[in-house]
Design a protein around this ligand. Structure first.
Ligand SMILES: NC(=O)c1ccc[n+]([C@@H]2O[C@H](COP(=O)([O-])OP(=O)(O)OC[C@H]3O[C@@H](n4cnc5c(N)ncnc54)[C@H](OP(=O)(O)O)[C@@H]3O)[C@@H](O)[C@H]2O)c1
Length: 304
């Protein structure tokens, strides 16, 4: 019988990690997850092994990774908050990489972001840049996957744009709304990651879908598809941020941060490379037009 690689994927009870784990199981790989949320609903039953991250106890983390061939790392935090922040996520990820090396992991497939930079003034993009540099120097075979923004079942950003369209009287785009965004479907993203698990060459790959939109075009496109027409106004980024704060207050969430607005407006979710995903956001949105944005997707609720 063929011996298949054993794969650890972080956050298999989370968003993209769940899709990656489902696809690995379909392909009959032995899958383990390490997660911060052993108590989240588990659709896998006993099909995957579960463990905690144990960042503070590297011996346990090494033990959790020992015997596995590949580590797929999705771990990150989206923004700074009272309970979590980027600098801790950077430090923890370095511990994870070190432990993976000590555990004999042969390949690390790490999820980053488009346009990371060690020189970025934005902590998200700087942290991702630091981690890419750390991984490249680690001495373990790697693939770095850089998504712009994910869409698909359970996504947050695209869903919440549709939610705002459905629930607020007008839609404010930050500034001119002419900066670009290249969403990739979570299935395409997961396929790309799985493909890289078995590539023996180191690689850094942008994960972008086949359609590029300006932010304003994206909002208009979603309005057309869900057939809810609202006036789109151009707003000063600060006012747009305040409107987001108001939604955050209503929903007990962090809807959007100043850093995210700046990254978007600086075109950091746009790259000039060939698309790696096939599924069009427009096709997916048409198939899901009845449900897209009917319910607000809360980042903080998912952390509880
Ligand atoms: N979603 C997007 O549109 C998007 C766009 C660009 C880049 N990315 C990158 O893609 C990767 C996966 O994103 P995703 O949306 O699929 O993430 P996710 O499922 O929400 O989280 C991925 C992992 O990070 C952990 N995590 C997330 N927030 C955390 C927090 N506040 N405190 C502690 N742990 C936390 C999760 O913990 P649990 O184990 O508890 O689930 C899970 O292990 C990330 O590296 C992200 O930077 C995502």
């Amino acid at each position: 019988m063929e011996t298949k690689e054993k794969i650890v994927v972080t956050g298999a009870l989370g968003y993209s990690g769940k899709v990656i784990a489902e696809k690995l199981l379909e392909k009959n790989y032995q899958v383990k997850t390490i997660t911060n949320s052993l108590n989240k609903p588990n659709p896998f039953g006993n099909k995957i092994e579960m463990d905690s991250f144990n960042f503070n106890e590297p011996k346990k983390l090494i033990a959790a990774l020992t015997g596995y061939d590949v580590l797929i790392n999705t771990y990150w935090v989206r923004f700074n908050h009272n309970n979590f922040n980027h600098s801790t996520a950077v430090a923890n990820t370095k511990i994870l990489f070190d432990c993976a090396k000590k555990a004999g992991i042969k390949k690390i497939v790490h999820v980053s972001i488009t346009n990371p930079s060690v020189n970025s003034e934005l902590e998200y993009f700087k942290g991702k840049g630091d981690l890419e540099a750390y991984l490249k120097a680690l001495g373990v075979n790697y693939a770095i996957i850089r998504p712009a923004v994910l869409f698909g079942k359970e996504d947050i950003l695209i869903n919440n744009i549709a939610w705002v369209i459905r629930h607020l009287p007008i839609f404010g785009v930050y500034g001119k709304g002419d900066y670009k965004i290249q969403p990739i479907h979570v299935d395409d993203f997961a396929d790309l990651i799985i493909n890289e698990c078995f590539n023996t060459t180191n690689a850094t790959i942008n994960a972008i879908g086949p359609e590029t939109f300006t932010y304003k075009e994206l909002v208009k496109t979603i309005m057309d598809i869900i057939n809810v027409k609202k006036r789109i106004i151009n707003t000063a980024p600060y006012l747009g941020y305040l409107a987001g704060k108001w939604v955050s207050f209503l929903k007990n969430d962090v809807t959007i941060t100043r850093e995210e607005i700046k990254g978007l407006m600086d075109n950091l979710l746009y790259v000039e490379t060939i698309p790696t995903g096939k599924i069009k956001l427009t096709d997916w949105a048409k198939q899901n037009h009845q449900t897209l944005g009917t319910t607000y997707a809360s980042e903080l609720a998912r952390r509880k």
